[in-house]
Structures are given as C-alpha cells and as structure tokens.
Design a protein around this ligand. Structure first.
Ligand code: 13P
Length: 252
C-alpha cells in the first residue's frame, strides 16, 4: 500500500509573514490527519518560518528547486547542502523551471543525484505540453523524461523519489486532466519505472498535478495509480488545501 501524498507548491507567492500564517492555519486544520502525508513547499526565504510552524506535526517541508552543486560561484542559487536538514523534499524539474529557466533533463538528472546524496527526497515533475499532447506524443515525452531524469539512479533509492505527473496544459488553467486520463498517464509512468527499478516501482508514489481543486480531488485521487497530488493555486488557500487532503483521506 502506498501512502497518499499531497504537496502544496506555493510557487512565487506569499511573503514570509503570510507564509507563516498559512502554515499555522494548515497545522490547525490538518491536526486530525494521519493517513495522508502532507508537505508544504514555500519559497526559499520562508522555509525556516514554515519549518517552525509545522514543528511537532507530521507535516513535511519541501523546497521548490535547488542547484546540483554543493557550493560555489552560482549567484542566486541554493545548494543541496543548504537544504539538507532543513527540508525533507525538493521539487525538481518543474515545468516552470524547464520552460522559463531553460533547465535540461541532464541538469535535472544531476539535481536528482545531488538531492539523494544529501538525504533530500526529490519530487520529480514531468509532463507534456499542449502541442505534444495534441500530436499524440505524451507517452514518448513521459518515457524520455523518466529515463533521462532518473538515469543512473539505483533501485534501492527509487522509493525515496516521488514523481509528479503534471501536464503543462493543465497547470494554472482550471482545466485538469480527467481522472481517467490522469490514471492512464500515471499507470504508464509506473510501467516505465518498473522497467528501470523493477518491483520497487510499485512502492513509488506518483502524484497528479494541474488544476487540482477541492472539487475534483476526490475523483482524481480515487484512481489506483494516482498516489497523491502536487497542488499549486489551491494550496494557497488553507480551506481549499485542507479539503484536498481530506479528499485523499476519504479514499484511503
Ligand atoms: P496549479 O494547481 O495551480 O494548476 O499548479 C500545479 C502545479 O504546477 C504544481 O506544481
């Protein structure tokens, strides 16, 4: 059995004090939740205040990105060494990093290795553009991203990795994938993971991301290969995010 995993990617939103307040509201609203794993991924500058807000709760902390090098002349970057011991998870390869900041699969692969080396659990984001989807290339894109981003990862490390399938056309558009499509894509990703890691793939969590809301979460999360959600916009409102976590719980 895989534990459902709901992570909130706050992206470039919330000041430090707003981030603290949101985390406090979530701690209070999620107090009774034990069956579902929850992680909050605020901007770097708010990691420490959110960490203090969630202390002594099961809620985990995630960063939204990192560099692959431990230190050096990389102005503006944050290293795995800095995140180790601070965050539990780190989102890698988000489509916004790929699209706006030119991150390649080779770079993302180096980040995955760096995260694992430092005890951070990657949430690796993959997903196709609208054009790729319309050309029928979705599976080819997912296959390539899985193989390139996870190249060289040992099967023993596989279960420390979470995959987030996020079709780019569904992100921030209000147009989520249907539950059946999310299931089909996540099942395809798991098949690829089996090819790489064998039976360990059955213990890996695969999240769906892209316009997940309190209204559509229950159906999407009821699907057997969808093990949680990576939530953007709806993670910025405490009530909405709490309702999504409760939707996961209702299915478990
Ligand atoms: P939205 O939930 O706002 O569509 O964002 C999804 C996402 O990109 C999470 O990483």
């Amino acid at each position: 059995m895989r534990t459902q995993f709901i992570a909130g990617n706050w992206k470039m939103n919330k000041t430090v004090s707003e981030a603290y307040d949101l985390a406090i509201a979530l701690v209070s609203g999620l107090r009774a939740v034990r069956e579902t794993e929850v992680a909050l991924c605020p901007p770097f500058v708010s990691l420490t205040v959110v960490k203090s807000a969630i202390a002594n709760t099961p809620i985990k902390l995630g960063a939204q990105n990192m560099h692959d090098q431990d230190k050096g002349a990389f102005t503006g970057e944050i290293s795995p060494l800095m995140l180790a011991g601070l965050a539990d998870y780190v989102i890698l390869g988000h489509s916004e990093r790929r699209q706006h900041f030119g991150e390649s699969d080779a770079f993302i692969n180096r980040k995955v290795h760096a995260a694992l080396k430092h005890g951070l659990r990657p949430i690796l984001c993959i997903g196709e553009t609208l054009e790729q989807n319309e050309r029928g290339e979705t599976e080819a894109v997912l296959r390539r991203q899985v193989h390139e981003d996870l190249a060289g990862v040992a099967p023993a490390d596989a279960t420390r990795i979470v995959i987030a399938y996020e079709p780019i056309w569904a992100i921030g558009t209000g147009r989520a994938a249907t539950a059946n499509d999310a299931q089909a894509r996540c099942a395809y990703v798991r098949q690829q993971l089996r090819g790489l890691f064998g039976s360990a793939a059955d213990a890996m969590r695969i999240q769906y991301g892209g316009s997940v809301t309190a209204a559509n979460a229950k159906e999407i999360l009821s699907k057997p290969d969808v093990d949680g959600a990576l939530v953007g916009g709806a993670s910025l409102k405490a009530e909405e995010f709490i309702a999504i976590v409760q939707a996961a719980k209702a299915n478990s």
